[in-house]
Design a protein around this ligand. Structure first.
Ligand code: F6P
Length: 517
C-alpha cells in the first residue's frame, strides 16, 4: 500500500470531530507554527498527529527538501521551459553568490534594484519630472496577470504607507478599463509604465498604444519623459519608443506571477518609497530563510501545503476559500488565484504522464466581513465543504478606530468557531448548522510592508510544496495559450470575415453579434 492509500484510509477511519480533536493540546500544537509575530494555526481541521505524520512522509518521499534546495540554488527546476526559478534571488539579503549556468545573478539583481531605487526617489522628489518640468502626480501601470495583480494588490494592501504619486492599474483589454482610468487623469502630470515580461501580450500592447496616443494628444511634445517599461524584452520596449535607461529588465528565471519582487514592483516602490519596499523584500527573505531552514514539522509554508493536500486529496474538497479579515487585502484572493491556479492547475506530471490524483484546487474568496453577508450561508449550511483560510491582523492601522478592529477580530474568530462547532440542535432543520467544517487562521501583528512580504512568500512556497507533492511543474502555464491563439484568429470574424468553418454554436454567436453591431 502506498502512503497515499494509507492517508485516505486514515481519513476514512477518523471518528472524532474537529471540536473533539482540539481537546488534545499536543495535537493542536503540532498544527501551529509561529514566525515571530506571525502565527499559522491549523488546529481547526481534521488533521491529527497520524495524518500529519503521513503527510510529512509523502512530502519527504516527493523530495520537497531536495527540490526546495535545488530551486533556491538556481537549478533549472522549470524543466518544461528549461529555466531556473529564482524569484527568491530578487529578495535575497545574504552575501552568497546565486549561480545560474555558472554565473552569479546577484550583481545584476542589485544593479536593477538600485536603478529602481534611483528612479523612484527621483520621481517622488520631482527630480524626474514631466515634459514641462513639473512633478508627476500619477503613475499608471499597464500590465496584466503577474504584471498587474501583484503590484495592484500590494499598493492597496499598503495604502497607509503610500506617500508618493498616486498609483493606478490598467489590465483588461476591455476599453472601459483604460477609458475610466485616463478620464480621471491629466496627461501632463501622468507617467505611464508598460509592464510586460514578454512585451507581446495583446491586452497590454493594445492598452499601451491607447495610452501613448492619449499622451501624444495631450502633450504635443516630450512623450518620452512620460513613458517607462518593465520587461525582459528591452529591444521590444525600445521599438515602442521607450529609451533603454527607462526600461527595467528581468531574467527568464522570474515567472510572471512571482515577479512583484523586482521591476514589476516598481509602481509599488514609487508609491511607498524605496525604504519601505526594502522592508517588503526583507519580509519575503525572512520567509525564505524560514522555509529553507525550519524542519518540515515546524515549517509554515510546509504546514499550509500539507493542509492543502489533506483537504484536496484525503478529504476530497475541490475548493478553498481565502478570507482576509483585512479590507486592504481585498485583492489577495485574485492574486492567489493566479499564483495558485496558474501554477498548480495542471493535469500532467513533470514527465508528461497523467497525474494519478487531483491537483490544484479552485481558489476563491473575499474579505470578511463582507463575505459573511454573501456566500457564508453556503459555507455554513451548504452541501459542499469549503476549507476556509482566515487572515487577520492583531492591530489595525486606524488607532482611533480600534473599537472597529475589535469587532473585526471578533467576527473572524467567531466564524471559525461557528464552522467548527456548528449548532446541531435547533427547532427546525433550517436552523441547524452541522459544524465540523475546517478552517485555518493566520494572525500577524499589523499589515505593514514586511508582513505583506512574508504573507506573499508564504503562499508562494505553499504553492511550490504542493506542486512538488503532486509531481507537476508549478512554473509553466501552457494552459493560457490556446485561448490566446483562438482570439487572434477570431478577430477577423468579429470584423466581418466569413465564419463558415466555425462550429455551429460559435457561428450563431457571431451572427447575433453581427446583427447587433
Ligand atoms: O496569462 C499568461 C501570462 O503569461 C501570465 O503568466 C503573465 O503573468 C501574464 O500573461 C502577463 O505576461 P507579460 O508580463 O509577458 O505581459
Amino acid at each position: 500500500m502506498s502512503l497515499w492509500d494509507d492517508l485516505k484510509q486514515h481519513q476514512a477511519s477518523q471518528r472524532l470531530s474537529i471540536a473533539e480533536m482540539t481537546g488534545d493540546e499536543a495535537r493542536n500544537s503540532g498544527l501551529r507554527v509561529r514566525l515571530d509575530d506571525m502565527l499559522l494555526d491549523c488546529s481547526k481541521t481534521t488533521m491529527d498527529a497520524a495524518a500529519l505524520a503521513l503527510l510529512t512522509d509523502i512530502a519527504k518521499q516527493a523530495g520537497v527538501e531536495t527540490r526546495r534546495d535545488a530551486m533556491l540554488a538556481g537549478e533549472k527546476i522549470n524543466e518544461t521551459e528549461d529555466r531556473a526559478v529564482l524569484h527568491t534571488a530578487l529578495r535575497y539579503q545574504g552575501s552568497n553568490p546565486i549561480l545560474v549556468n555558472g554565473e552569479d545573478v546577484m550583481p545584476g539583481v542589485r544593479d536593477t534594484l538600485s536603478r529602481m531605487r534611483a528612479f523612484s526617489d527621483a520621481l517622488r522628489s520631482g527630480a524626474i519630472a514631466a515634459h514641462d518640468g513639473k512633478p508627476f502626480t500619477d503613475v499608471v501601470n499597464i500590465g496584466i496577470g503577474g504584471s498587474d495583480l501583484g503590484p495592484a494588490m500590494a499598493v492597496r494592501a499598503l495604502s497607509p504607507y503610500c506617500d508618493g504619486p498616486r498609483a493606478h492599474f490598467v489590465a483588461n483589454v476591455d476599453g472601459s478599463d483604460i477609458a475610466d482610468t485616463l478620464a480621471r487623469l491629466d496627461p501632463a502630470r501622468t507617467l505611464v509604465i508598460v509592464a510586460s515580461k514578454t512585451f507581446t501580450t495583446i491586452e497590454t500592447m493594445t492598452n499601451a498604444a491607447t495610452a501613448r496616443n492619449w499622451l501624444e494628444a495631450g502633450l504635443g511634445a516630450g512623450l518620452g519623459a512620460h513613458l517607462a517599461a518593465l520587461s525582459s524584452a528591452v529591444d521590444k520596449a525600445g521599438a515602442f519608443g521607450i529609451s533603454a535607461e527607462r526600461v527595467f529588465g528581468f531574467e527568464d528565471w522570474v515567472g510572471g506571477r512571482y515577479s512583484i519582487w523586482g521591476p514589476i514592483g516598481l509602481n509599488l516602490m514609487i508609491a511607498i518609497g524605496p525604504e519601505r519596499f526594502d522592508a517588503f523584500l526583507q519580509g519575503g527573505y525572512e520567509m525564505d530563510q524560514h522555509f529553507r531552514t525550519a524542519p518540515l514539522s515546524q515549517n509554515m509554508p510546509v504546514l499550509l501545503a500539507l493542509m492543502g493536500i489533506w483537504h484536496a486529496n484525503a478529504c476530497g474538497h475541490p475548493t478553498r476559500a481565502v478570507l482576509p479579515y483585512d479590507e486592504r487585502l481585498g485583492r489577495l484572493p485574485a492574486y492567489l488565484q493566479q499564483l495558485d491556479m496558474e501554477s498548480n492547475g495542471k493535469r500532467v506530471a513533470l514527465d508528461g504522464s497523467t497525474l494519478p490524483r487531483s491537483s490544484g484546487p479552485i481558489v476563491w474568496g473575499e474579505p470578511g466581513t463582507n463575505g459573511q453577508h454573501a456566500f457564508y450561508q453556503l459555507i455554513h449550511q451548504g452541501t459542499h465543504i469549503i476549507p476556509c483560510e482566515f487572515l487577520v491582523a492583531a492591530n489595525g492601522q486606524e488607532s482611533d478606530l480600534d473599537h472597529q478592529h475589535k469587532l473585526l477580530l471578533a467576527n473572524c474568530l467567531a466564524q471559525s468557531e461557528a464552522l467548527m462547532l456548528g449548532r446541531p440542535q435547533a427547532d427546525t432543520p433550517h436552523r441547524v448548522f452541522p459544524g465540523n467544517r475546517p478552517s485555518s487562521t493566520l494572525i500577524y501583528d499589523r499589515l505593514d510592508p514586511r508582513t505583506l512580504g512574508r504573507i506573499i512568500a508564504l503562499y508562494e512556497h505553499r504553492v511550490f510544496v504542493e506542486g512538488v507533492i503532486w509531481g507537476l511543474n508549478s512554473f509553466d502555464q501552457w494552459g493560457v495559450e490556446l485561448g490566446k491563439e483562438l482570439a487572434t484568429a477570431m478577430l477577423p470574424l468579429i470584423e466581418g470575415a466569413d465564419a463558415g468553418k466555425k462550429d455551429n454554436s460559435t457561428r450563431s454567436l457571431l451572427a447575433h453579434l453581427d446583427r447587433l453591431r
